[in-house]
Design a protein around this ligand. Structure first.
Ligand SMILES: [Fe+2]
Length: 575
């Protein structure tokens, strides 16, 4: 009987499901938000609705399933509550955590409510899962394993990295105990060094700054603070207050008391209300404190666990501005951050941990580094939709679609580009992308006004042929998952103004044919026409919605926005 490992992220945000087979191949990995088209899918169970169809598509009918869950302590707490499940428990949690807090950001209040409702999410998951298994796979067996949350992050970072040995550091909002965790990775084994306990949390800090700057971290709007920061400057008073939140003692990072923390947030909020602190300056200052704290924590870690290689994960690694500084400002020579460093990635991390428990000597499958692990739009479905809708201006370009598309891009057209399997993680990496010519300075405003309907201060990312990286960027580093922001060389700013942020940086994706052959061919064709090896690449969605999932989503964004062209596989539709 074949064995499959089903990884579940059951966090109260970014739920996800992953399937790995007994040979170590990742068959599927995707955040639930895509299928639901509900940004970050807060309080949703991972994929109950389509669990049966996913398992039928990827697994044998008669099989053994190991279900691997991405929380140990947290889940166990709620499992206990399930014995007395219902609103009473939810209210009890809410009440027990409420007193004694003098100041609440909406975010901390939201966390309490979310925790309370998580109990019912676990119940729905349990019921849905048993139902799916018993009805659809009656001859199969399954068992459940729970893993420490940060260990799941670490498993994805280490097993999908190109390293055979590395130091590994996790930084997120909170794990089973605290928000920093440290590991040593060698010969396929991940050994825990230390899990930081206590209140110090860079993830929580950034979420609170997001609220104070006027954005919503529940919707993942930490991006906006990062994009907004370069428009501000350092506010010395705020800097001193924020720096005092993190105290380094030996190899420990200690937070201050909850009361003192809340008091500092309150002071900042009062200054914002009185207009003595501008939100753009708070964004700049918060980003500065975040980066400095992260860099200092990594340097401290290197002293206790030296290596040339550093594997990192956790939601804080979505901060590409800080990630871009790590190789430059710490003793580690090589950094690896997986395509899904936040909690969606822990679904795959948990599945890989379960696999490696059963096969400890098996060398990690390097295919785990591919970000293209999600759903696919089948050709059959595409042909049916095309037939039924009788779409005019549709043409088929088998084998030459990249050349036709490059011509339209160089002509200034905005292109929705859908190929192969969806990316695992929050960034569009050339399979669910909106693409444009980076040369016109007006292109950014054009996309914002016609397609994305989003704030003008947010930058658009450059996808660059990897061999041209050193020509365009200072201190060039490969960035296959758009995981780091680097400085453009000043002499190229005017060549590609639509992808150069106000501070001269870009959150780049380095594209190699072995990662994505078709996307590489498209940028190459654009380069041959224009002499520019870069395309502007932004996620295929509209503001506030997740990246498109189905062909219906793609068509709906295409026809309701100012996109000029939609490419799906080798089909090209013009408006
Ligand atoms: Fe996490």
């Amino acid at each position: 009987m074949k064995r499959y490992y089903i990884g579940l992220s059951v966090s109260t945000h970014d739920p996800a499901l992953a399937i790995v087979d007994q040979d170590g191949e990742t068959l599927f990995a995707e955040a639930t938000e895509r299928f639901l088209q509900y940004k970050r899918a807060p309080n949703c169970e991972p994929d109950n609705e389509r669990l049966v169809s996913l398992l039928r598509r990827h697994c044998d009918q008669k099989a053994q399933f190991i279900v691997a869950v991405n929380w140990r302590r947290f889940t166990a707490r709620f499992s206990r509550l399930l014995s007395q499940v219902g609103l009473t428990s939810a209210k009890a949690i809410f009440k027990s955590r409420s007193p004694d807090v003098k100041f609440n950001t909406p975010y901390s209040l939201r966390t309490k409510i979310t925790n309370a409702y998580a109990a019912s999410m676990y119940e729905r998951l349990g019921v849905g899962f048993s139902y799916a298994m018993k009805l659809a796979f009656p001859e199969s067996r399954y068992s459940i394993r729970y893993y420490a949350h940060h260990l799941c992050h670490a498993a994805l970072a280490c097993y999908s990295s190109p390293f055979s040995e590395a130091s590994c550091m996790i930084v997120d909002g909170a794990g089973d105990f605290g928000s920093f965790a440290y590991y040593r990775y060698q010969s396929g084994a991940i050994q825990a060094i230390r899990e930081q306990k206590g209140f110090a949390s860079l993830g929580r800090f950034y979420a609170d700054m997001t609220w104070l700057c006027g954005f919503n971290p529940d919707k993942g709007e930490e991006w906006k603070v990062m994009g907004f920061a370069p428009y501000g400057s350092l506010d010395q008073k705020a800097y001193e207050l924020l720096k005092s939140l993190f105290v380094f003692k030996g190899s420990e990072i200690r937070g201050i008391s909850s009361r003192a923390y809340q008091n500092i947030l309150k002071q900042l909020q009062e200054r914002l209300a009185a207009n003595t602190l501008e939100s753009r300056n708070l964004a700049f200052t918060a980003q500065q404190v975040f980066s400095e704290t992260l860099i200092e924590a990594i340097r401290t870690f290197h002293r206790t666990c030296p290596s040339d290689n550093l594997a990192m994960a956790g939601g804080c690694l979505l901060n590409s501005s800080a990630a871009g500084l790590i190789e430059e400002q710490t003793p580690f020579k090589r950094l690896f951050v997986p395509s899904a460093p936040a909690d969606d990635g822990t679904a795959l991390g948990a599945a890989l941990l379960a696999l490696h428990r059963d096969h400890p000597r098996r060398h990690p499958d390097k295919r785990n580094g591919s970000p293209y692990l999600g759903s696919e739009i089948s050709k059959k479905k595409l042909e049916r939709v095309v037939q039924v809708s009788n779409t005019p201006n549709l043409r088929h370009f088998p084998g030459t679609i990249h050349i036709e598309t490059a011509k339209l891009l160089s002509d200034g057209k905005l292109v929705g580009w859908v190929q192969g399997r969806a990316e695992f993680g929050p960034r569009s990496l050339g399979n669910r992308s909106i693409l444009a010519d980076p040369r016109p300075a007006t292109m950014k405003d054009k996309i914002n006004a016609r397609v994305k309907f989003r704030e003008e201060f947010r930058p658009f990312a450059p996808s660059i042929l990897y061999e041209f990286g050193p020509e365009y960027f200072e201190n060039y580093q490969e960035s296959p998952y758009m995981e780091r922001t680097l400085r453009f060389r000043e002499q190229v700013w005017t060549k590609v103004p639509a992808v150069v942020h106000v501070n001269g940086t870009g959150r780049l994706q380095t594209v190699k044919p072995e990662y994505n052959e078709k996307f590489y061919a498209l940028i190459r064709a654009f380069y041959e026409l224009t002499g520019i090896p870069i395309l502007l690449n932004t996620s295929f969605n509209v503001m506030g919605k997740p990246i498109i999932h189905s062909i219906e989503d793609a068509m709906s964004v295409f026809y309701s926005s100012g996109l000029d062209v939609l490419v799906i596989h080798d089909f090209l539709i013009r408006k």
